[in-house]
Ligand binder design. Structure first.
Ligand SMILES: Cc1cc2nc3c(=O)[nH]c(=O)nc-3n(C[C@H](O)[C@H](O)[C@H](O)COP(=O)(O)OP(=O)(O)OC[C@H]3O[C@@H](n4cnc5c(N)ncnc54)[C@H](O)[C@@H]3O)c2cc1C
Length: 433
């Protein structure tokens, strides 16, 4: 039986392997590091003596691929679902607090209730979201919504920077439209924010590994792919740091590595070259703390910190599009973030509690119009090589949802190549298990 060789055990590789194995394909999964999860994982931090995530991750309830993945790995109950789309905000410049509270249905009644809206805005202001539908490929967020718009600093910018990990002045406006359609466009129920209950690995990685093990797929860790042996129009062998794997006729490869690594491995590949950083600051407080109304997060505008996530006695502050901050001294970063956190949660500023700053310098590719134009399709010039990952051309931003869809698409095309049919893979009834 021909084998699908999946390289990279981040969420793209895990989902590709899962979808292939569910359909009965023979799968081998290789991972260069010692663990799965890639940019979406948890680990024990000795400084805080706590399990922490590499960074705060939020998905929307309306993210279909995320829901399918969580359901199929048996982890749907491992996300905190607040039951409504309530987004608490703190304005670090003015000290104002409010909660944007969407109604569940598709008709946005919430926009007509001032108590549910962002202060200083009218219902008509929210129509600005529709402008993204007509965004040109070259438009940036600020070409579509000007800084002076009442929603710019309090909704458009925080939303765009969180989703695109790129400053609004340079981020590709067109990428935001599918997110608006699948969140606001579906009503408040689809906008419910879901956050990993215990940690990212507990929700997204460990259950996937357990499901893969049931299907007979065990990742081969420490297998760092150094090069692909190319023979005319196909891949003939995989050269890992620890040995070569010759491919049998009919075998295929799904490369689920980040954009820069893919460009290194495939000569002449069209791929984004630039990245943007995300910085997270974890603080261990003397007692457990939660956000307003018991919610597990809080958005901050006009500060350094952008989102706070609360888990037990650890509060984590995230900054996206954080390249300048990522080059700063870690203690300075911690101090700046803690100033915002302390004010947001009404905690004394001194002393600063135990902290850990995590800088992910290559958190995602830079989602500017020029870099978005460099995304690659799933199919390559090689007949038995497919691509997956958040940087591939999914039409969606580089998020968990886009990543998981890239894995579904790669698996679907790989199954067709393996002769096992291009069956829509989310039909669980036809699954092997
Ligand atoms: C701090 C941070 C916060 C984020 N917040 C959010 C959020 O709130 N919501 C959201 O939806 N998304 C968020 N994201 C984005 C999301 O995490 C990524 O889009 C997603 O995890 C990318 O998965 P991937 O599988 O494409 O890539 P990766 O996770 O990078 O996986 C690639 C895997 O390939 C392995 N690999 C690399 N090179 C080789 C090689 N040569 N040989 C073998 N293996 C190799 C790597 O070790 C890795 O395990 C965030 C990302 C970061 C970093």
């Amino acid at each position: 039986m021909a084998t699908a060789h999946v390289i990279g055990a981040g969420l793209a590789g895990l989902n590709t392997a899962l979808r292939l194995a569910q359909k009965g394909a023979a799968v081998r999964l290789y991972e260069g590091s010692t663990h799965a999860g890639g940019r979406c994982r948890s680990y024990h931090d000795p400084q805080l003596d706590r399990l922490v995530d590499n960074g705060n991750h939020l998905v929307f309830a309306g993210n279909h691929a995320a829901q399918r993945y969580l359901r199929d790995i048996g982890a749907a109950d491992r996300m905190i679902d607040p039951g409504e789309a309530a987004y608490p905000f703190f304005d670090a410049a003015t000290g104002e607090r409010w909660t944007m509270r969407l109604n569940a249905g598709r008709l946005p009644f919430w926009m007509f209730a001032s108590s549910r809206r962002i202060p200083g805005t009218s219902a008509a202001d929210y129509l600005v979201l529709l402008r993204f539908r007509g965004a040109a490929a070259t438009d940036r967020i600020t070409d579509v919504v000007k800084e002076g718009h009442p929603l710019f600093h309090r909704l458009i910018e925080p939303f765009a920077v969180a989703v695109l990990n790129t400053a609004a002045e340079e981020a590709a406006a067109r990428l935001l439209w599918p997110v608006i359609v699948e969140s606001f466009g579906q009503g408040g129920a689809a906008c419910r924010p879901l956050i990993a209950r215990v940690g990212l690995s507990d929700s997204f990685v460990e259950p996937a590994l357990a499901r893969l093990a049931q299907l007979g797929v065990m990742p081969a860790y420490g297998h760092r792919l150094r090069s692909l042996k190319l023979e005319q129009s196909r891949i003939a062998a995989l050269d890992f740091a620890n040995g070569r794997v010759e491919l049998a006729p009919g075998d295929l490869v799904v490369l689920a590595v980040p954009h820069r690594m893919a460009a290194e491995l495939i000569p002449g590949l069209k791929a984004p070259a630039e990245s943007r950083a995300i910085v997270n600051g974890h603080f261990r407080l003397p007692t457990p703390v939660s956000g307003p109304d018991g919610l597990s997060f809080l958005a901050i505008v006009n500060g350094t910190a952008q989102w706070l996530f609360f888990r037990g006695d650890v509060v984590t502050a995230t900054v996206s599009a954080a390249d300048v901050l990522a080059d700063s001294d870690a203690e300075d970063v911690a101090r700046r973030l803690w100033n915002d956190v302390a004010r947001a949660i009404n905690h004394p500023e001194e002393p600063m509690p135990p902290w850990r700053v995590v800088k992910e310098k290559n958190a995602t590719f830079a989602q500017t119009p020029a870099q978005v134009a460099l995304r690659s399709p799933t199919k390559t010039a090689f007949t038995n090589l497919f691509l997956a990952g958040d940087w591939t051309d999914t039409g969606l931003p580089a998020t968990i949802e886009g990543t998981l869809r890239s894995g579904e698409l790669a698996a679907s095309l790989a199954l067709a190549e393996l002769g096992q049919g291009n069956v829509p893979i989310h039909r669980a009834s036809s699954d092997r298990h």
